[in-house]
Each structure stands twice: as C-alpha cells, then as structure tokens.
Design a protein around this ligand. Structure first.
Ligand code: F6P
Length: 546
C-alpha cells in the first residue's frame, strides 16, 4: 500500500506544482496576512517559520498525505519498538534511547537497554569529573590541559561540532582537539603545540578497526611512549568503542574503555560515549543537558500530529523540492558562528543516511533521494556564495538558524546579525522585479539607455524558498534539540524515499581499494592490472615521493 501510496502522492504533488509556480510567494504574502501564523510551528524550544516556501494549504495537505501513505508514523513506532529497521545490517536503530529521560524500560532484542546506558553515562560522569578536577592526572602527576579525540566520521564530527558550538561552556585550562584525517599533517599540527605530560587521548571508534583512526592512534601512542615511556600509555589513553577486546589490546585500561552498542549508528552516536570529549570539555552537566534537549525533540517528534511536527514538516518540504521541483542541494546557513561545523556534521547525518539508490526491497528507487547538503555560517556566506543563491540558475532551498540571545554582551553585533538573517530570507522570497529595478535606477538619475543596459543584471527572480529556525540561545539543550530535529527530518525523508537510512555500504569500495593499493603505493607490489589512469598516477607518485 505504501508503494502505490508514494507514487500517487508524488503524482498529486506534481499536479500542484504548476499552480505554485504561477503564484509567487510575494503574492501569497500580499493576499494572506496570516501566512506566518499559518506556516510556523514550535517544538522543544525551536520556532520554525516555513512560510517562505512554495506552498499553500493544498500542497501541505498533499505532503502530509504522502507521509501517511509512506507509513512515516508506523515506521517511527517500529523504530521506537526496537525493530531491526536497519535491515541490511540486521540491527535496531535506537539512538533515541541514549537520551531518553523517562523511566520506562526500553527493550532491544528482548533486553532493557536503559541500565547499560545509565551505567555508561555514570562512567562518563565520574571520569570527566575526575579529569576536570584533577583527580585523574597524567603519569607524571600533571593535570591534563588538553584532550585529543582521535576518530573519524561519526566518531569525530558530532563531538567536534558540539564542542565548538558550546564554547561558552568550556574552560580555558582544558582544551579539546579533534584529529580525524589520516593526513599526518592533522595530528602533527595539533601535537606540536601540546605537552605529552598534560595530554589525554581518546581513541573513538565504534569498530576500532577504522584505518585512519588506528593510524592516528598508533602515532599518538608512539608520541606518548617516546616522551614518557611505554608504561605511560595506560595513563594517557581512553577508548570509546563497541570493540572492547581491540581497545584492550591497544593498551587501554579496562576502566578507561567506554562502551556502546551496535544499535547506535556512527552518525547517530554523539549521544553515546562518543560524546565523552564533550563531557570533558563542557562538563558532564552540560552534556546531560544536551541529551535532555534531544529528548525534548524526540517527545515532540513522537507525539505531535504530523501537521505541527517540526522534523516532519522540514522533511516533507525537502521532499517537495527534491522530488517535485528537482532541486538537488540544500543549504544550511546558521547565523551563529559557533555552528560553523554544523553543516559538515549534517552532511554525514543526511548524505550518509539518505544517499541511497535502492529501496528497502533492493530495487532501484523511482525517485531522487538525499540532496547535497552544504553551508557555512552567515554573514560570512553572504560575501561569498550567496550571489548564486540569489541570482544563479539553480534554486537552493535553505535553512537559516538564529538565536534570540547571544552569549556575549557586545550590543551592536547581535541586532545586526538578526537584521541580516531576516534580510536574506526576505530578499530570497521577494526578489526584485524589473519594475522595481527601473524605478530605483531612475531615482538614481540614470538615463534610459543606461537603465536598459543595467536593469537585467539587477533583477532578482525571488520566490526562492527558505526556513528560519529561531531559538532562545545556543545552550546545550537547544543544540540537542536542533541535532535531533535534523535526525528526525532525515528519518522522515528516508521513509518517504523507502531507503535504509541506517547503513553506508557506499563507503566500503573506496576502503577496499585503498587497502589493495597501499602495497603498490609503498612500492612493494606492482600496479599492474589497474586502469591506466591509476597506473599513471601511481608511477608519478613513486617517481616523486622522495
Ligand atoms: O566509513 C564510514 C563510517 O563507517 C561512518 O559511518 C562512521 O561514523 C565512521 O566510518 C567511523 O567508524 P568507526 O567509529 O567504526 O571508526
């Protein structure tokens, strides 16, 4: 039923597109003074204004019909009930349990997972408190001043993004650093400023096999052993992994290994012990508040009717643009400098989840799936790529994010920031007609010929869609709610597209080929058998590697 429901849903939406194309948003705003009220919703401390989209009541009704036909609500319940909705890996998808604040049991495969989750949280709390107050120190008795998290993908992007976002909650005497890239420049440039005696490493890897992480962890281990001796490794390393034996084999003490579970996907793991560096950097209470904020968004997602449900609305708008209008990218533009890694974080969350082209049944999907997600904080982006968003040939739906209150008391700044974010969504929506441009140029005193020449360049098409997400302040709670909001948006879209949002086989081929190429790059094996491009590049490297 869901399959034909989807098809019928897309068809119904396709029919509505023409009318919307002929009815620009500026006209809709002019005729409906209630448009903001009609198309805004609030949940978990976040206001979503989606009135500046190419929508009307009929479009929204058709989108909600599509969500129901695709089974978003049923699938949501299946996820909560611990069903193995990650079918290709035969796993439940239970990251919501990691931040669950209630006292009901949460069974996964017949076992309540809450006691284990609470035990790991208690471990994170005691360890982070002890490091922060100096009870746990380096081998030579020095207090830790620098935490280096070694991980990649979901074992890096979440904590790195959150630590930056929560800068006002950090301490100057305990700094968190993130090493992810196998490019030696990354770890080198971080370690060159650090003192081994005061440095604590966290090796974060769900599998504890990821090549980049193991290579970086090996270099970090050597750095400690060279400076302080091999015995110091136990005092200067902790691990976060589902693979306890491999962590122990690396030399990490049992009481410094923080476990998590295979029902937590890497890109959904910031709520697990992968958040350990966050707790170290901002304190456990703030980490707990981050989890509470996410749980508040979960409650909203699970219990609010679809018509008022923030992640569902955002997911459906994305589907409308991707599948009916054919827009292939989505910009995330936080007017919040501390969210400078938010788009990078969402790239993994969204693109690794919904960058799929077969259905759950393994058949080719009959529609486009995940968009390209990208973005940078405003106002910087305004002076770089916004030109294309305003006047380029592609339409790029965008999310603007902004806080009502900054953390700093620097009076002129925040009002200016807010004026800019409001101006951008208004400009994208309104555009500037030829008539308006001509009138403006006339008022500037230009003659007819000059106006004719210049006017086309100054016309803005407008009718370009955006959402604005307003929140009180970028607190740990708010950040938790924001991240969970996008997680559920991605879930909603994955259900509509009928893909498995929880596997990532597409990253495997590159890993396999890299493994096979390494001995050739090292000069130990011949490159014969590879295509001529690969052989040519290999030969260039071997001739120049020095
Ligand atoms: O290669 C992709 C990936 O598997 C991500 O999904 C994951 O977040 C990342 O690698 C890191 O994996 P791990 O935590 O096992 O090192």
């Amino acid at each position: 039923m869901a399959k034909s429901g989807r098809k019928a849903g897309f068809e119904a939406l396709g029919k509505l597109k023409k009318r919307l194309a002929e009815q620009p948003m500026r006209v809709q705003f002019a005729v409906d003074p209630n448009r903001f009220k009609r198309y805004s919703a609030e949940g978990a401390g976040i206001l979503l204004d989606y009135s500046k989209n190419r929508i009307d009541e009929e479009v929204m009704a058709a989108l909600f019909d599509l969500a129901r036909a695709a089974g978003v609500e049923e699938r949501r319940d299946e996820m909560c009930e611990g069903e193995h909705i990650n079918i290709t890996e035969d796993r439940a998808v239970m990251h919501m349990a990691l931040r669950y604040q209630g006292d009901h049991p949460v069974p996964v495969d017949g076992k309540d997972v809450m006691p284990d989750i609470r035990a790991v949280l208690a471990h994170i709390e005691s360890f982070s408190n002890a490091v922060r107050n100096g009870e746990i120190r380096g081998q030579s008795g020095e207090q830790f001043t620098d935490i280096v998290n070694i991980g990649i993908g979901g074992s890096d992007l979440g904590p790195a993004m959150v630590t930056l976002a929560l800068e006002p909650y950090t301490r100057a005497d305990l700094r968190a650093h993130y090493v992810s890239n196998v490019d030696g420049a990354h770890i080198h440039d971080i370690l060159k400023r650090l003192d081994p005696k005061k440095t604590l490493f966290i090796v974060a890897s769900k599998t504890f096999t990821t090549d980049e992480t193991m290579t970086n962890a090996g270099s970090a281990r050597k750095w400690i052993a060279d400076a302080l001796g091999d015995a110091a490794v136990a005092d200067h390393f902790a691990a976060v992994s589902t693979n306890i034996p491999a962590s122990q084999k690396f030399g990490i003490r049992e009481d410094r290994i923080f476990g998590f579970w295979d029902w937590v996907g890497g890109r959904y793991s910031v709520w697990s012990a992968i958040g350990l560096p966050i707790a170290l950097a901002v304190g456990y209470d703030n980490f707990a508040a981050f989890l509470r904020g996410a749980d508040a968004m979960d409650r909203h997602f699970l219990s609010t009717p679809l018509e008022e449900n923030l992640p569902v609305i955002m997911g459906l708008l994305g589907v409308w643009y991707r599948n009916v209008w054919g827009f292939s990218t989505h910009a995330v533009l936080p007017y919040d400098q501390r969210l400078s890694r938010f788009a990078a974080y969402l790239q993994q969350q969204d693109m690794e989840s919904n960058g799929k082209s077969v259905t759950l049944a393994g058949k080719p999907v009959a529609w486009s799936t995940g968009p390209i997600v990208w973005g940078e904080p405003g106002t910087n982006g305004q002076h770089a790529f916004y030109q294309l968003i305003h006047q380029g040939t592609d339409v790029i739906p965008a999310d603007f994010l902004i806080a009502a209150r900054p953390h700093e008391s620097l009076p002129p700044h925040h009002d200016k920031l807010v004026a800019n974010v409001l101006a951008q969504s208004e400009a994208l929506m309104l555009g500037k007609t030829e008539e308006e441009v001509v009138a403006e140029l006339k008022a500037q005193g230009l003659d007819k010929a000059a106006i004719k020449e210049l006017a086309p360049h100054k016309v803005f098409p407008g009718n370009r869609p955006s959402n604005t997400l307003f929140y009180q302040q970028l607190t740990p709670e708010t950040l938790g709610s924001l991240v969970a909001l996008y997680e559920h948006k991605v879930f909603t879209q994955g259900v509509i597209w009928n893909v498995n949002s929880y596997d990532q086989w597409g990253v495997e081929l590159g890993k396999q080929l890299a493994k096979a190429l390494l001995p050739k790059v090292e000069g130990k094996e011949s490159g014969e058998g590879h295509d001529s491009s690969t052989q040519g590049l290999l030969a260039y490297y071997l001739a120049n590697k020095g």
